[in-house]
Ligand binder design. Structure first.
Ligand code: MOS
Length: 725
C-alpha cells in the first residue's frame, strides 16, 4: 500500500461525508438565533440613488433590519490593488457597498434585508423601492471595442510581445489565414451558490463562507471592518464548486458580515441563482484576431494573436487571452497583444483556465484552418511546428510532451481513419466530423505552511488552510503524506479550509496540489529526522511507541507577521526567477467526434479522447475526473454558455440555469482521459497541476470537428445551430 500511495486511484476521503449529507456547507451551520438576509439589487447601470423607500419592507412580520447607504455604518473602502501584496487582489470591486449612493452596475447591491426567516427576508427585499437619477453608461462591449487600451493583464504573465516582423511575414507568406473571433461573457454556475454565515462576538468574527481563499477573505474583512485579522476566523471545509467565481470577495459576503454587526445576530445569506449573476463577476467577453502564415512545407513564418476584452470601471481581472500564443508553435515571427477597456458593469473575474480557455478557441481554430489551406493533417501541422524551446524568447521548457500527447491521442481515437475532405464522413443522414486541438496551461507555486503530526498508534494528521472544492485536493495530500511516512492513506487525516490552521494557498491557477505537497513533503522529512532512524522492519510510528512518545510534530513555514512576509517574498522571488529561466506548463491533445444533422444543424458530440501531460499524477481517479470535468465545461463554452447583457440597460437578461445553458448528461459523450504520467523535474513531486488544462482547446476541437463535418468555420461562441444556417 505505502509504495503505491502516490498515483493510486484513491477514492475521495470526503466522499462519504458528502454522500451521507454530513458535509456542512457555508449556509448549513446552525446557530442559536440565526437570522436570514437577502440583497436588494440596483436596476440601473449607472446613477445616483435619490430615494429609498423601506417602510413596506420594514413592516413585513419578522423583518429585523433594512440596511441601505442611508443607515449603514461606515466601512473602509477596499484597498488599492498591488501585486506586491497579493491579499489586496481579494476584493471583487472597488465599490464601498452601502457607504455610497452611487450605482456602478445594473444589479449592484444597494440594500440588505435581515429577517427571522429566509422567506421574509426575500419577500421584504422585493418591497424596497429605489429611485435613481440615471447617468449615461457604457455596457455594450461590441459598441465600444475600438476604444481599447493596452492591458496590464495578469501581472504574472506578459500580455504583449513580439519577435521579428510578424505582419511583414504574414503578408509574404505562401499560405495564410486571418480570422476574427468573438467569445461571450460567461458565468460560473457552481452547484452551491455563494453563501455566508457570519457571527460576531464583540470584535471577534466567525465567518463560514463559500470561498476559494479563506486567507484573502480574512484579510479583506479585517480591512473593511477595521478589526485585527487575528480576531477573524474563516471556516470553509467544503465548497460546492467555484471555478474562479469564489476567488474574490463579493458584496454578498461583506454585507452579510455587516448585517450581523448591525443586528447583533448570527446572519446567514445564500445568493439566489439570479443573485450570483447580479452580485458576482463572470468572465469577460472577447474579440480576437489570429493570423498565421506558413511556407508550403507547413512551417510557420508568422503568428499573430490579438485580443480586446472589457474589464469594469470598478475593477476586474484581465484574463491572459493571448499569452498561450508565445509558447505553442515555432514560428519565425510572433506578435501577441492584449487590450482592455472599461465598462459600467460589475468587475470581471477569472473563469477556469482564465485566458487560455477562450484564447485557445481562436488560436487552435486558426491552426486547423491553416491545415486546410496547406492540405496537411492538423496533427502533422502541429508536429512540424513543435518548438524545442519556447519560441518567443528561447527559454527552456522544463517539460514538454505535446507531440507525444497528440501521437497517443491519435492512436487511441483512431485518427488515421479520418477522411480529410470536409463533409465526406457520414453515419446515415448525420454528417460526421473529427476535430483536434491542443491544450496548454502554465504551472505555478504558491506558499503553503504545513504541520504534520505522527502518532504512536500509526495515524497522522496534515494541517494546512487550503481548500477542497470537490476536486480531491485533500485526498491527494493524504497520499503524499502516507507515502512520505510509510502509512496507509486511510491512516492520514487532512485538516483544511480554516484560518485556525497554518496558512495555505488559495485554490486557483491549478496550483494547490503542487504548492501544498511541496510543504507536506518537507514537513514529513523534518518530522522523520526528529523521530530518529527506525530499526530494520520498524515504522516511524513504531519508533515513537518504542521510545515512549505519544506523537511527534513538524512544521514548515511560519504564520508570524514576519513569516507571512517571508513567504510572500519567497514566492515572488521564486516566480520571477523561474519565469526568467523556464516555461513550465501542463499540456494535452483533444480529439472529438461530432454528428451534425444536415437539415436542422443540430450538433451532437459522440465521443472524446483527451491525452494530457500534467506531470506526476498523484491520484489517477481524481486527476482524470478533473480533466473530464474540464472537458465538460469546455463543451459548454463550445455549444451553450453565454451571459446575455441588454445593451439598453446593462442588465443581464438570462440569470438562471433555465436560460443560461450548461451541458447536461445527454450533451456529454463518453470521454476517454489518459495521462502520460511523468514527473516535471522542477516542480514538487513533479506535479504540474490538472485543474484547468482539460478545458483548454475544447471549444476549438468542437469547432474543428464541425468544420470537418460541414465545411463551415464557426468563429463565434457559442456555436449554436443558428450560426450554421
Ligand atoms: Mo481558477 S479560474 O484559477 O479558480
Amino acid at each position: 500500500m505505502t509504495s503505491t500511495a502516490i498515483g493510486a486511484p484513491v477514492n475521495r476521503l470526503d466522499g462519504p461525508a458528502k454522500t451521507t449529507g454530513q458535509a456542512r456547507y457555508a449556509a448549513e451551520f446552525p446557530y442559536e438565533g440565526l437570522a436570514h438576509a437577502a440583497l436588494v439589487h440596483a436596476a440601473v447601470a449607472r446613477g445616483h440613488i435619490t430615494a429609498i423607500e423601506t417602510a413596506a419592507a420594514e413592516a413585513v412580520p419578522g423583518v429585523l433590519a433594512v440596511i441601505t447607504h442611508l443607515n449603514a455604518p461606515a466601512m473602509k473602502p477596499p484597498p488599492k490593488r498591488s501585486i506586491l501584496n497579493l491579499e489586496t487582489l481579494a476584493g471583487g470591486t472597488s465599490v464601498n457597498y452601502l457607504n455610497t449612493g452611487e450605482v456602478h452596475w445594473n444589479g449592484q447591491p444597494v440594500g440588505i434585508v435581515v429577517a427571522e426567516t429566509l422567506e421574509a427576508a426575500r419577500h421584504a427585499a422585493g418591497l424596497v423601492r429605489v429611485s435613481y437619477e440615471p447617468l449615461p453608461f457604457e455596457a455594450d462591449f461590441a459598441a465600444v471595442a475600438h476604444t481599447a487600451a493596452r492591458a496590464r493583464g495578469n501581472p504574472m504573465m506578459p500580455t504583449a510581445g513580439s519577435k521579428g516582423d510578424a505582419d511583414g511575414a504574414l503578408a509574404a507568406a505562401a499560405v495564410s489565414v486571418d480570422l476574427r473571433f468573438t467569445t461571450p461573457r460567461h458565468h460560473h454556475n457552481a452547484i452551491e451558490p455563494h453563501a455566508t454565515t457570519a457571527v460576531w462576538d464583540g470584535d471577534r468574527l466567525t465567518v463560514h463562507d463559500a470561498t476559494q481563499n479563506v486567507w484573502w477573505l480574512r484579510g479583506h474583512l479585517a480591512h473593511k471592518f477595521g478589526v485585527p485579522a487575528s480576531g477573524i476566523r474563516v471556516i470553509s471545509p467544503f465548497v460546492g464548486g467555484a471555478f474562479g467565481g469564489k476567488s474574490n470577495v463579493w458584496p454578498g459576503t461583506i454585507l452579510t458580515v455587516l448585517a450581523a454587526r448591525v443586528t447583533g445576530r448570527p446572519v446567514r445569506m445564500m445568493l439566489s441563482r439570479e443573485g450570483v449573476y447580479r452580485a458576482t463577476g463572470g468572465r469577460q467577453p472577447s474579440a480576437q484576431r489570429v493570423a498565421i502564415g506558413a511556407g508550403r512545407d507547413g512551417r510557420l513564418t508568422a503568428l499573430i494573436h490579438l485580443s480586446t476584452a472589457p474589464l469594469a470601471k470598478v475593477g476586474g481581472w484581465a484574463e491572459q487571452i493571448t499569452s498561450m500564443a508565445q509558447h505553442m508553435y515555432d514560428a519565425a515571427a510572433i506578435r501577441h497583444e492584449q487590450r482592455t477597456l472599461q465598462l459600467d458593469t460589475i468587475s470581471t473575474s477569472v473563469w477556469r483556465a482564465p485566458g487560455e480557455s477562450i484564447g485557445s478557441f481562436a488560436l487552435e481554430s486558426a491552426m486547423d484552418e491553416l491545415a486546410y489551406g496547406l492540405g496537411l493533417d492538423p496533427v502533422e501541422l502541429r508536429r512540424r511546428n513543435e518548438p524545442a524551446r519556447s519560441p518567443m524568447d528561447g527559454k527552456e521548457f522544463t517539460h514538454r510532451r505535446l507531440t507525444e500527447c497528440f501521437a497517443e491521442g491519435a492512436e487511441r481515437f483512431g485518427w488515421e481513419g479520418r477522411s480529410a475532405e470536409p463533409g465526406s464522413m457520414r453515419d446515415g443522414r448525420w454528417l460526421v466530423g473529427w476535430g483536434t486541438a491542443a491544450a496548454y496551461h502554465p504551472a505555478w507555486l504558491f506558499p503553503a505552511n504545513v504541520t504534520v503530526r505522527l502518532s504512536a498508534d500509526g495515524t497522522a494528521e496534515v494541517r494546512c488552510g487550503f481548500h477542497e472544492m470537490g476536486m480531491g485536493a485533500a485526498t491527494a495530500q493524504a497520499q503524499v503524506a502516507a507515502d512520505a511516512l510509510g502509512l496507509d492513506v486511510a491512516a492520514v487525516t487532512v485538516s483544511y479550509g480554516d484560518t485556525d490552521l497554518p496558512s495555505g494557498p488559495g485554490a486557483g491557477g491549478s496550483t494547490q496540489t503542487a504548492s501544498v505537497a511541496r510543504s507536506v513533503v518537507a514537513a514529513c522529512e523534518k518530522l522523520k529526522k526528529s523521530i530518529g532512524t527506525p530499526r530494520p522492519g520498524e515504522s516511524y510510528a513504531g519508533v515513537l511507541a518504542r521510545t515512549g512518545r505519544a506523537h511527534a510534530e513538524a512544521s514548515v513555514g511560519s504564520d508570524s507577521a514576519l513569516g507571512r512576509i517571508a513567504g510572500q517574498v519567497g514566492f515572488l522571488a521564486r516566480t520571477v526567477r523561474d519565469g526568467r529561466r523556464w516555461v513550465k506548463a501542463a499540456c494535452g491533445a483533444h480529439f472529438c467526434e461530432v454528428r451534425v444533422d444536415p437539415e436542422t444543424f443540430e450538433v451532437r458530440l459522440t465521443r472524446w479522447t483527451g491525452v494530457f501531460d500534467v506531470g506526476r499524477v498523484i491520484n489517477a481517479k481524481t486527476t482524470a475526473s478533473q480533466l473530464r470535468g474540464g472537458i465538460v465545461m469546455g463543451i459548454g463554452i463550445a455549444l451553450q454558455e453565454e451571459t446575455l447583457l441588454d445593451p439598453r440597460t446593462g442588465r443581464i437578461v438570462n440569470p438562471s440555469l433555465s436560460e443560461y445553458h450548461v451541458p447536461v448528461h445527454a450533451d456529454v459523450p463518453p470521454i476517454d482521459v489518459h495521462c502520460l504520467d511523468g514527473a516535471d523535474p522542477t516542480m514538487p513531486l513533479g506535479i504540474l497541476g490538472a485543474g484547468e488544462v482539460g478545458v483548454v482547446g475544447v471549444a476549438a476541437a468542437v469547432g474543428n470537428a464541425i468544420r470537418h463535418a460541414t465545411g463551415v468555420r464557426l468563429c463565434d461562441l457559442p456555436m449554436t445551430l443558428d450560426r450554421l444556417l
